[in-house]
Ligand binder design. Structure first.
Ligand SMILES: Cc1cc2nc3c(=O)[nH]c(=O)nc-3n(C[C@H](O)[C@H](O)[C@H](O)COP(=O)(O)O)c2cc1C
Length: 339
C-alpha cells in the first residue's frame, strides 16, 4: 500500500463530513460541529494553516554531512519522532461511523506505537469511548496518553486512576473542552482548573500531568508552578472558541515564560514534516497531529497510520538535511523567518 492509495481509499469511504481535501485547512468544513470543522466562521482553524505558511525556512548546506537523528526523549523514553497523534473522539458523531470507536482506537493506538511514537487518546460525553481504549493501552504496555475531559474533580480523578491501572505513561486533560459544543448539547458539565486544582491533581497521581488547551504565557507559568510535566499549546483545532490565533504563533512567548520547566507540545494545522520543523523552531519540543491521522486510519487502518508517520518523518529529515540540523536540538529560532 502507498500513502496515495491510503488517501484515495479514504476519499471513497469518509464523506460527507470529512471531504479529505487536498489540503486539510478548515475551509470546506467551516462551522461544522458535529463534523470536523472549526467553530462558527472556522477562523480559529483556518488561521493555523495561514500562519504556518508565513513561517519560512532558511537553507544551510555548508556543513560536514552526518547521520540525521529525529528521535526525542519524553517521559523517560526515547521516541523515534517528535510528533504524536492528537486525541480525536466521536467516529459516529464527528465522522460517518464507517469506523467504530473501537476499531479506530485499535488501529491508531497500535499504529502509533509501530511508528515509534504514541497517541494521546480521547474522552467524550459518553463514558464508553474512554473505557474501550483502556485494554488496548494496557496491551501496548501503556504507551499512550489518555486525555480526560475537565470533569468535576472526583470524576476526573476516577478517570486518572483508570489510566494508572493500565500503566499509561502520562495523563492529559483538555481543559479547553469548556467550550465544547457536543458536551454542552449533552448537558455534561466541565470546568476550568485553577493552579491549586492542578497542584492537587499533580500530587494525587503518580502519572505526569499534561493540560491541553494552553494559549498564554501566564497560563503556561501557572501550569509550571503547579508541577505539570508539560502542556499542549492548542485551540482544540479551532473547535471551542472563535478568533483564537494559531497556537504555534504563541510558542515563542510561551517558551520564554517557562523556559525548560515544561515539555511544550503544540497542535493545529500541522500537515507536513516541514510544519513539524517550523513548530520546533518556534519553541515546541514536539507536536500533535489530529485530523490527517483519522484520514490515514480510514484509508489504510493500522498500516495507513504507519505510512503517514513515515511520510512526516521523511519530510522532517529532508528539512533537517537542508538546514544543517543533525538532531532536534539544532532546530532553533534562527533557522526560520516569520514573514
Ligand atoms: C473531530 C474532532 C474530535 C476531537 N476530539 C478531541 C477530544 O476528544 N479531546 C481532545 O483533547 N481534543 C480533541 N480534538 C482536538 C484535537 O486533539 C486537536 O487539538 C486538533 O484537532 C488540532 O489538530 P489538527 O489540526 O491536526 O486536527 C478533536 C478534534 C476533532 C477535529
Amino acid at each position: 500500500m502507498t500513502i496515495q492509495e491510503v488517501w484515495t481509499k479514504a476519499r471513497e469511504v469518509m464523506g460527507p463530513k470529512c471531504r479529505v481535501c487536498p489540503e486539510c485547512d478548515g475551509r470546506a468544513c467551516r462551522g461544522e460541529i458535529p463534523g470536523v470543522g472549526g467553530m462558527g466562521s472556522g477562523s480559529s482553524f483556518t488561521v493555523c494553516r495561514e500562519y504556518l505558511k508565513r513561517v519560512k525556512v532558511l537553507m544551510d548546506l555548508v556543513y560536514e554531512p552526518s547521520e540525521i537523528d529525529t528521535s526525542m526523549e519524553l517521559l523517560g523514553r526515547r521516541f523515534d519522532v517528535p510528533f504524536f497523534m492528537a486525541p480525536i473522539g466521536g467516529m459516529d458523531s464527528n465522522y460517518n461511523g464507517y469506523l467504530t470507536d473501537e476499531a479506530f482506537a485499535d488501529m491508531t493506538i497500535r499504529g502509533m506505537v509501530d511508528s515509534g511514537s504514541l497517541s494521546f487518546t480521547p474522552d467524550a460525553f459518553y463514558d464508553s469511548l474512554y473505557e474501550l481504549q483502556l485494554p488496548i493501552i494496557k496491551d501496548v504496555g501503556g504507551v499512550a496518553i489518555p486525555t480526560v475531559k475537565p470533569w468535576a474533580l472526583p470524576r476526573l480523578m476516577e478517570k486518572i486512576r483508570q489510566a494508572e491501572d493500565v500503566n499509561a505513561l502520562a495523563v492529559a486533560c483538555d481543559i479547553d473542552s469548556c467550550g465544547n459544543l457536543l458536551l454542552k448539547k449533552a448537558g455534561k458539565p466541565v470546568y476550568p482548573i485553577s493552579q491549586e486544582g492542578m497542584g492537587r491533581i499533580v500530587n494525587s497521581t503518580r502519572l505526569p500531568f499534561i493540560p491541553k488547551g494552553i494559549m498564554t504565557p501566564a497560563a503556561a507559568r501557572r501550569c509550571a508552578d503547579a508541577g505539570c510535566y508539560g502542556i499542549v499549546v492548542s485551540s482544540h483545532g479551532g473547535r471551542v472558541m472563535e478568533d483564537s490565533p494559531a497556537p504555534c504563533s504563541m510558542l515563542p512567548e510561551i517558551r520564554e515564560a517557562v523556559g525548560t520547566r515544561l515539555k511544550i507540545f503544540v497542535d493545529g494545522g500541522i500537515r507536513s514534516g516541514m510544519d513539524v520543523f517550523k513548530c520546533l523552531a518556534l519553541g515546541a519540543d514536539a507536536v500533535l497531529i489530529g485530523r490527517p491521522y483519522v484520514i490515514a486510519a480510514h484509508g489504510g487502518g493500522r498500516e495507513g497510520v504507519v505510512l503517514y508517520s513515515q511520510k512526516i518523518r521523511n519530510e522532517l529529515r529532508d528539512a533537517m538535511v537542508m538546514t544543517g540540523c543533525k538532531s532536534l536540538s539544532d532546530i532553533t529560532r534562527d533557522k526560520i523567518r516569520v514573514q
